[in-house]
Design a protein around this ligand. Sequence first.
Ligand code: FAD
Length: 463
Amino acid sequence: MSNAKKRIAVIGGGITGLAAAYRLEQAEGVEYQLYEKADRLGGKIQTELVDGFVIERGPDSFLARKESMSRLAREVGMESELLANDTGQAYVLKGERLYPIPGGAVMGIPTEIKPFLSTSLFSTAGKLRAARDLFLSPTVKGNEDISLGHFFRRRLGDEVVDHLVEPLLSGIYAGDLNKLSLKATFPHFQQLEQKYGSLVRGIKATRTPQPKAMDKKSKGMFLSFRQGLESFVHAIEQQLDPASVRKNADLSFIRKEGERYLIGLADGTSESFDHIIMTTPPHVTAQLLSAYPYFDYLREMEATTVATVALAFKEEAVHNPYEGTGFVASKKSPYTITACTWTHKKWQHSTPPGYALLRSYVGRPDDSSIVEQSDEEIVETVLHDLKQIMEIEGQPEFFRVTRWRQSMPQYHVGHTFKIAKIKEDVARNLPGLHLCGAAFEGVGLPDCIDQGEAAVARIIQTS
Ligand code: FAD
């Protein structure tokens, strides 16, 4: 057996690729190259620090209970920089006003009777319909996959879905509930209805107690970093050997040649590796591997286009009658914004004293035309919507509009089966090729880290 080091290429320097590269940096008996098309690492993680503001242009935080991101933060010396969000009431925008999200709701599923009965977000008929969840037979048969829309509408009824479940889940997946896969997004909901005969009973039995939302001292379920998520990217990058990181690397193809893989670059050069870890967006992965017939699903996978719109104001210019941290908008309401975080309340580190920072989302799976308008037009639309529910004087001190075209991969019904088939084909025909990242097994930042690390673990085990 040869003692030569295994050569590994990581394609894409977003969080998935960074997590993989960091593990490879620590591993013995391997050498790696990280290829990133842009002139910076981090992919969708982008923070702008401006005049004391910490503006997240893409993701703003991660779920604390998914531990891989905090663990990696600890490993790269960033633990003391971690911050939890400040908690407060969150709302749903329905009609012309905001309704508090009823206490105890988990992804919109009620688990406490009193707040659910007393909310005016739903009619009495809507509440009675949701209560039928307690008596219905399981929705999912065997190993079938169904849409989140079908699942939730059957269990909880249209009203609770339209005015709570859908706006909350859209905030995570920017997707169409009638197309999103239950199995790929919330497989445990299916298990809960099987085991407890009811989603409400299942969630109630298994949820960890949440801090009371209005308790000033309680901290939230999300974490970020004092200087923004991109500071974490820099901390990981500092741990990598600069000679192993290649930015501005424009790849044109990846091909298997004998036992190894050849990577072709746009400048006409090529390099050969034993293993390839692909972390690029799905259509890029399909295109780089276009010599093979296994990746049609990745090529065709839908991805939603959205934009984040950060508006900074002097504090006295914003008169918000609602106490809390922000809202999600019901699709049934006549607004363009889909969500807004009162960032200065939820993430106090993000905003200097005396200012307010409002961060909204626009763009839906069925209509993202707003994203193609000019920055000024988008800001005007967002302001118009916000002014329906709060008083805002004048124009923002400054704004940042960030477009994310085809950036939220959609796990439609059948996703897990299709991904399993691709992985099966790859294992059989392209051993040494590892597919991971947001298009595969979870879009959240910790899910991406898990996938990047798992790819490296597989390589090390087989070495
Ligand atoms: P990416 O970050 O997309 O990285 C892929 C990399 O590949 C990029 O750097 C790209 O430049 C590079 N690349 C592309 N083509 C090539 C090529 N030909 N050669 C080499 N490199 C190439 N998740 C959360 O957990 N919390 C949040 O709050 C949150 N909010 C979000 C808000 C928005 C607006 C978006 C878009 C996503 C959000 N997400 C959030 C999801 C999360 O940000 C992503 O799923 C995650 O960052 C994806 O990481 P990745 O490494 O898989 O892909």
